[in-house]
Write a protein that binds this ligand. Structure first.
Ligand code: GAR
Length: 195
């Protein structure tokens, strides 16, 4: 029997991508199992969703630590305690240090709301509309110390439609994200060795 990679999801907010990963991993043949959800925002709606799905859910607020290295030490403690092998960032809005990221090289994924390498950073939908782009989308990539710059695992494209607002465009991209992330995690979880 093949084992499933023990996976943690880091969130900061509503957690629709997290919920899509949890749902996919309910299938026993899915190659990753979600063992832990951590939010740096204690009031994040995603924490409630994860707890309701029976997943161990923790708030680790960056505000409770003096600096980033202490915050990351708390994250590492929780990840190690749960014997995590793979991390998915899903709307996690803190930038992780090079030290943390290098420890997880090849085992930490992020989903970003643009067709990378275009539109790294924040406000992607607003910038795509301002530039008059006809296509937009989302990317799952490995996390490296440079923001939104790691190797790409999978992408999905959506059209920009005349009259789109930030809200309508982001809603269309989010549907694509929620489909793409479970596919991308499966691909990576199948490919990596157990820790
Ligand atoms: C998603 O659109 C995700 O791509 C984005 O935050 C949203 C989280 O939604 N992430 C980033 O912008 C990372 N820089 P969710 O909480 O419903 O998954």
């Amino acid at each position: 029997m093949t084992t499933r990679r023990r996976t943690a999801i880091l969130i900061s907010g509503r957690g629709t991508n997290m919920a899509a990963l949890i749902e996919a991993a309910r299938d026993p043949s899915y190659p990753a199992e979600i063992f832990l959800v951590i939010s740096n925002i204690p009031t994040a709606k995603g924490l409630e969703t994860a707890a309701a799905a029976g997943i161990k859910s923790l708030a680790v607020s960056h505000k409770d630590y003096l600096d980033k290295s202490m915050f990351e030490a708390a994250l590492s403690y929780a990840l190690n305690e749960a014997k995590i092998e793979l991390i998915c960032l899903a709307g996690f809005m803190r930038v992780l240090s090079a030290n943390f990221v290098s420890h997880w090289t090849g085992r930490i994924l992020n989903i970003h709301p643009s067709l990378l390498p275009a539109y790294r950073g924040l406000d992607t939908h607003k910038r795509v509309l301002a530039d008059g782009m006809k296509e937009h989308g989302c990317t799952v990539h490995f996390v490296v110390s440079e923001l939104d710059a790691g190797p790409i695992v999978a992408q999905a494209t959506v059209p920009v439609i005349d009259g789109d607002t930030e809200e309508s465009l982001s809603a269309r991209v989010l549907i694509a994200e929620n489909r793409l992330y479970p596919e991308a995690l499966a691909k990576v979880a199948k490919a990596i060795a157990p820790l």
